[in-house]
Design a binder for this molecule. Structure first.
Ligand code: S3P
Length: 724
């Protein structure tokens, strides 16, 4: 983008303010001038650094060479007319309006040949407004549509596109009419539906019981956008009326069809309707933005260095446990820092099906605990999705409940062995039915006896399931492991008021029947998610990444130890513990890596980080040996086979053993398409490999990354541009 002397922003609200923040941060203009109606909002804009200068009069735009109109659509043409006399010769004007046909025509006329107009629609609006809502990441990774017409100046079009690219957006061109038709469906109709729904609910208030007191997340989700700016949306509805009305007709037909199926109590028709909608929803959420195409993502190397701070999801293991213990406690448990990943969402949904109410806002969740005795029999099978931790821990909870339930999951979960958890739970008195020890699992809860278990394989999931069952039995239940698996359950239980005996690192006992009391839990950053960035930061030359607030629980720091043994430059600054979890800020800088050996208890402490470490090994000089990892064959995929296959595909020599691999590193990584076996960690590992590969690496089924880190690709894009 050509350097701008004076960038004018008319309307320094959410979009205008965010644009100003990025323009100033990245030095896109010598000066950023904001013009607005209210001094109060302009003061906020100045204070927040959205603009260098602000005024309520358009005179302030004198000499501006690029102006972005970011006011409600109904005022755009008059704004264009008002600013025209003040602009520099050959100035370019664009807008951010959500409808385009009338805007492009009216603004072009209003500018009266004194400036070149290009219509833009950055699709990044939120329901919040004003300069106080502006933020630098608003446009990052989102799409912008520019709408040239025959008379549009080619240079101006190029500059406006470059402006949005500089904001971090991917830019598409469309005619104004086409834009309006598409947006009527994807944006305007959902708003109309939200307002109509809000109105229907509002109309029922005022009688006896206020229905809002009993509203769950569904009503909040469905009406979120009903809180959008009235000024802005009134104008959008008016200016794009015809296209919107066409879509409203379609919507009305949809409601009528569903209503008629309901009226006829026609189960199959309803099911067909719902299935169709589910498919659309899946297509929608699995589209992780411009980087993900047709279920895969292409990672191109020759990477610029990765620079900046990484926002990590909350630790997934602690998330599952906090939700379950919160549900089993008495009172309202507040959890902060919960990951937005699908696995934790599966646990929350399963608890919901057992009658546990919760309210979620971003990373915060309030759980209305019901005690063990308050759980009610589910009417449907409990869907644990892709989450092995959910299904195994819930086996422990349900083992002692006086009802039957079925636990099920996706295709990957249906392949995973459950006997390791159901066999010992049967010894406590519960009964399980399954086909060859795999889900779906039928659980018949019973009055449980306490027990002492020596696990053949260290497993935090099995240990936790037994402890959760033990809390329901009368007497002491003890679990002894051959190695120290992650101990988050043991650290959390005392916060919920339950005494835990830990005579050594491998033995833990609890006494039942136990009563849990509600607690406040803060979840630190996930060290398993951090591992991908530690590897990426190490292998992409010139990189420097900061990872703040990561759990450094000693049962989880295997990857850190392995990478340091490989020569990685990682500094660790300890911070105040979060709850009972030790936490640190990590900084990784690129460094040459050398081969190492990963086995025994280090392998146990790095079990989930193996895919990332295998990529580090492919880059490291020499042969890295991974051993004692036969458990890796039983994770979301057979991770030994998946990494062998993928790395070999990329030209890395790998020898596979029954419990590990030898990775011959240092000869470079080639390009190609790799299979993920729908395993989130395999997908992220190969995305990291792609950063240093000679040719593009295509990672199939990239949407599966959302199981643990839905923001992975967005973060990657930001770090490649050096964002903070
Ligand atoms: C987990 C324990 C580990 C780990 C899994 C999460 C937990 O599995 O691999 O991703 O949260 O308890 P095992 O308990 O089977 O070793």
């Amino acid at each position: 983008m050509k350097r701008v002397r004076r960038l004018g922003i008319v309307g320094v609200g959410l979009l205008g303010g965010s644009l100003g923040l990025v323009a100033r941060r990245d030095g896109l203009a010598d000066e950023v001038v904001g013009v607005g109606r209210t001094q109060r909002n302009l003061d906020v804009a100045l204070e927040r650094g959205c603009v260098d200068r602000a005024a309520t009069s358009v005179d302030a735009l004198a000499g501006a060479d690029l102006v972005v109109l970011a006011t409600p659509i109904g005022t755009l043409a008059s704004s264009a007319a008002a600013i025209a006399p003040h602009l520099a010769e050959g100035a370019i004007v664009t807008d951010v309006g959500s409808s385009k046909a009338s805007v492009v025509e009216e603004c072009s006329v209003a500018l009266n040949g004194r400036a070149r107009f290009v219509g833009s629609h950055p699709i990044a609006g939120l329901e919040t407004s004003g300069a106080s809502a502006a933020h630098e990441d608003l446009f990052e990774g989102a799409r912008c549509v520019v709408t040239p017409v025959a008379a549009t100046d080619a240079d101006a079009l190029r500059e406006v596109k470059a402006l949005w690219v500089a904001m971090g957006m991917s830019v598409d061109e469309m005619s104004p009419v086409e834009h309006d038709r598409v947006l009527a469906l994807t944006s305007h109709l959902p708003h109309v539906a939200a307002w109509a729904l809000a109105r229907a609910v509002a109309a029922t208030r005022g009688g006896g019981v206020d229905p809002l007191r009993f509203s769950g997340p569904s009503l909040k989700d469905m009406t979120r956008i009903a809180g959008a700016s009235v000024d802005m949306w009134r104008d959008i509805l008016v200016s794009n009326a015809d296209s919107i009305l066409a879509q409203v007709d379609l919507f009305r037909t949809g409601i009528d069809d569903l209503a008629s199926a309901i009226a006829k109590r026609d189960g199959p028709a309803i099911e067909g309707f719902l299935n169709e909608a589910t498919e659309l929803r899946q297509a929608l959420v699995s589209d992780g933005g411009p980087a993900v195409a047709e279920g895969g993502v292409e990672i191109v190397s020759a990477a610029p260095p990765l620079l900046g701070a990484v926002e990590l999801p909350g630790d997934k293991s602690i998330g599952h446990r906090s939700l379950i213990l919160g549900a089993l406690a008495h009172g309202t448990t507040k959890i902060t820092g919960l990951s937005s990943g699908e696995d934790n969402a599966s646990t929350l949904a399963v608890l919901g099906s057992l009658g546990v109410e919760s309210c979620r806002q971003d990373d915060r969740v309030w759980i209305e605990g019901r005690g063990f005795e308050g759980l009610r029999a589910p009417s449907e099978p409990l869907d644990c999705g892709n989450s092995g931790t959910t299904i195994r821990m819930m086996c422990g909870v349900l083992a002692g409940r006086p009802f039957e339930a079925t636990l099920d999951g996706d295709e990957s979960l249906r392949k995973r062995p459950m006997a390791r958890v159901t066999d010992p739970l049967e010894m406590l008195g519960a009964r399980f039915g399954s086909s060859e020890g795999r889900p779906p699992l039928r659980v018949c809860g019973a009055t449980l006896r306490p027990g002492v278990f020596e696990l053949p394989v260290a497993s935090a999931q099995v240990k936790t399931a037994l402890l959760l069952a033990g809390l329901q039995a009368t007497g002491e239940t003890t679990v002894v492991e051959p190695g120290a698996s992650r101990d988050h359950t043991e650290r959390l239980l005392p916060i919920f008021g339950v005494e835990v005996r830990r005579p050594d690192g491998q033995t833990v006992s609890v006494r039942g029947p136990a009563r849990l009391e509600a607690a406040r839990i803060a979840i630190p950053g996930d060290p398993s998610a951090a591992a991908f960035w530690l590897v990426a930061g190490s292998i992409v030359p010139g990189s420097r990444l900061e990872l703040r607030g990561v759990s450094v629980n000693p049962t989880r720091t295997g990857a850190l130890d392995v990478l340091r043994a490989m020569g990685a430059r990682i500094t660790l600054t300890e911070r105040e513990a979060v709850g009972e979890e030790p936490v640190a800020d990590l900084v990784v800088e690129s460094a040459p890596l050398r081969a190492t050996e990963v086995s025994g208890e280090t392998m146990l402490r790095a079990i989930d980080e193996f895919p990332a470490l295998a990529v580090a090994a492919a880059v490291a000089e020499g042969a890295t040996r991974f051993a004692d990892g036969s458990e890796l064959r039983l994770k979301e995929s057979d991770r030994l086979a998946a990494m062998t296959q993928g790395l070999s595909r990329l030209g890395v020599r790998v020898e596979e053993a029954s419990d590990g691999l030898i990775v011959h590193g240092g000869a470079g990584i080639g390009g190609g398409e790799v299979e993920t076996y729908r395993d989130h960690r395999i997908a992220m590992a190969f995305a990291v490999a792609g950063l240093v590969a000679r040719d593009p690496v295509r990672v199939r089924d990239a949407e599966i990354m959302a199981v643990s880190d839905p923001s992975f690709l967005v973060t990657l894009r930001r770090l490649r541009k050096g964002g903070a």
